[in-house]
Design a protein around this ligand. Structure first.
Ligand SMILES: [Zn+2]
Length: 79
C-alpha cells in the first residue's frame, strides 16, 4: 500500500470545500481545517477505499463509550 506524505495529505485536505462533510472527524464530528496544525490530524485510507481525516487525539478515542460531543470537549480542553 502506498503511503502518503503529510504534504500530500494536506493538499487533499485543502482541495475539500470548507464545509465539506469529508472534513468531519469520524470520532468527534468536528471539522478538520486547513489551519489546524499538521501534527494534530491524520489522513487514513480505509480498506473500503474511503478517505478520512481524523484528529490524532481522536484516533486514541476510537471505540470509546463517550459521545462525540464529550470527545470533542476533551480534545479542545487538551489543545
Ligand atoms: Zn476528532
Amino acid at each position: 500500500m502506498a503511503t502518503m506524505t503529510k504534504a500530500q495529505a494536506k493538499k487533499k485536505l485543502e482541495k475539500l470545500s470548507p464545509d465539506s462533510h469529508r472534513r468531519d472527524c469520524p470520532v468527534c464530528g468536528d471539522h478538520i481545517y486547513d489551519s489546524d496544525p499538521e501534527d494534530s490530524w491524520e489522513y487514513v485510507k480505509t480498506k473500503g477505499g474511503s478517505e478520512i481525516f481524523i484528529h490524532r487525539f481522536c484516533v486514541k478515542m476510537w471505540g470509546s463509550n463517550l459521545s462525540p460531543k464529550e470527545i470533542s470537549k476533551l480534545r479542545r480542553d487538551k489543545a
